[in-house]
Design a protein around this ligand. Structure first.
Ligand code: NAD
Length: 479
């Protein structure tokens, strides 16, 4: 018996949760349920997080959470419960299988069967944003080695457990050489530990185009948070319908399972909604807790129901569908087929199960880290960089540094910039030591103070480091 936490959510949530639970319990799921209240009622009672303290205790104790969609009220500073749950519980992997159900659900991609594994905690979603000048905002993209190692290893272990043949990585490391570069590098390192699984890397733009056009070329795709957020919806949509997909959010301790769609308030209380998305989430939950026999039984009965043309309104199609049913009747139809397998769609077989056990992250020995310069960002109304450079060079002697470059939005504009380059009020000014290679840390404070004396508004600094003798910072475009 596994004790799980269940939240019935808002809108169509209670109906699809009742349907889902009735199916998995009829299939023999060995679960005990603790129900908690989250979502609209909790938000409107004045709790901006949408969940009470005691409910967190239940989720953390049981470690397995099946959640129906919830309604986040508009405005009023309400925080998305999904994002909060992922971050609080360290749910680093978002796993979304996207399989086509051709010819029973319309799709242009009849043989699509892929799984998107999205990093769920870092990247641009760390939420570290600042306005720095009148014209420029910044969002920090943070990619960490432990973050990359965990998600990439998860992807390979997932492929191994579910008999998948290939893991593909999508990044944009031709542009973001440090952040996406790290993700790609870690992918190559870990791929080498799984010689039995094919691996490949695509630049995310052409990779996405290929995925949208020829999804059957892919099996498991692993990627950083932002690309994964976008492409997992694209993949679900081209498989047939976002209404049919479930997802798992996996952490080292806890896991949350859900449908990918929302609470569809206009359909609520009418026994119309399709419970399939949440049921798919529940099937992922059953494999996670090692009840593969039940997961397999439910998935095959569900496939059989779909291929017999028993469809809810959202996928009902004249000529293909046989019977239009409501939420409850759909669940009853699946229950009635629990000992059957599909005849046309491919039956599933989940031989092995249980939560994937990944090794704990082992921190590497620190590299030799040397400070070799500093980028000082300034807010300056000048439209030509030459005047700014002339001004800044006045501090060179006093601070024993050289101004080596000025960029604007990453493009080198001094020395030898182009007049045609459009400039904002946000400038990156790179200082290197006047002599030798190493910059003393206290020089940074001197530079800032000297710039202040010039009445130039410095807004932030970034230290330039060599790690083990390798420069680990971006050059200016055109440098
Ligand atoms: P939605 O996914 O609820 O609905 C989009 C469309 O799909 C609607 O036409 C709806 O009727 C239909 N639909 C969705 N699920 C269906 C199902 N199971 N069966 C049949 N039809 C279905 O998206 P929305 O309208 O943008 O959002 C509604 C609410 O859901 C918002 O408050 C939003 O914040 C919330 N939301 C919650 C989650 C979550 O809890 N994970 C995710 C997305 C949106």
């Amino acid at each position: 018996m596994t004790r799980i936490t269940v939240a019935k959510g808002d809108g169509i949530g209670p109906e699809i949760m009742d349907a889902t639970l009735s199916i998995i319990l009829a299939a023999g799921a060995r679960i005990e349920i603790d129900e908690i209240e989250v979502g609209e009622k909790v938000y409107l009672s004045g709790n901006t997080s949408g969940i009470a303290r005691e409910s967190w205790d239940v989720i953390r104790r049981n470690k397995v959470f099946l959640k129906a969609p919830i309604t986040t009220p508009q405005g009023g500073g309400y925080k998305s419960l999904n994002v909060t749950t992922r971050k609080f519980l360290g749910l680093y992997a978002n796993v979304r299988p996207c399989v086509s159900l051709h010819p029973f659900v319309k799709t242009k991609h009849p043989v699509m069967d892929l799984v998107i594994i999205r990093e769920n905690e870092e990247d641009l979603y760390a939420g570290i944003e600042h306005q720095q000048t009148d014209e420029v905002m910044q969002c920090l993209k943070l990619i960490s080695r432990p973050g990359c190692e965990k998600i990439v290893r998860y992807a390979f272990e997932y492929a191994k457990q579910y008999g998948r043949k290939k893991v593909t990585c999508f990044t944009k490391d031709n542009i973001m050489k440090q952040t996406d570069g790290l993700f790609h590098k870690v992918f190559d390192e870990i791929a080498a530990e799984y010689p039995e699984i094919e691996n490949e890397h695509w630049i995310v733009d052409i990779g996405s185009a290929k995925m949208a056009d020829t999804p059957e070329a892919f099996d498991v795709i692993v990627m950083p948070n932002l690309y994964g957020d976008i492409l997992s919806d694209v993949a679900a949509q081209i498989a047939g319908s976002v209404g049919l997909a479930g997802s798992a959010n996996i952490g080292e301790e806890c896991a949350m399972f859900e449908a990918i769609h929302g609470s569809a308030p206009r359909r609520a209380g009418q026994n119309m909604a399709n419970p399939s998305g949440l049921l798919q989430g529940a099937i992922q939950m059953l494999t996670h807790i090692g009840q593969n026999d039940v997961a397999e039984k439910v998935q095959n009965a569900w496939l059989r129901t779909i291929e017999e043309g028993i469809h809810t309104y959202d996928i009902y199609k004249e000529g293909v569908s046989k019977q239009k049913v409501g939420t409850r009747e759909f669940a009853e139809a699946v229950i009635a087929r629990l000992s059957q397998r599909p005849e046309i769609l491919k039956a599933v077989s989940y031989a092995k199960g249980a939560a994937l056990k990944l090794p704990k992250y082992v921190r590497k020995a620190p590299a030799l880290k040397e400070l070799v310069g500093v980028d000082v960002f300034v807010h300056h109304g000048s439209t030509t960089p030459d005047a700014l450079a002339a001004n800044l060079r006045r501090i060179e002697q006093e601070c024993r540094v050289k101004l080596t470059m000025i960029t604007n939005r990453g493009i080198k504009v001094w020395p030898e910039g182009f007049e045609e380059t459009f400039c904002t009020d946000h400038w990156r000014c790179r200082f290197k030591p006047a002599e030798g290679r190493i910059l003393a840390k206290k020089s940074i404070a001197m530079i800032l103070s000297a710039i202040d004396e010039l009445s130039i508004d410095s807004i932030k600094t970034e230290n330039l480091y060599d790690f083990d003798g390798v420069p680990c910072y971006a050059l200016g475009q055109g440098q």
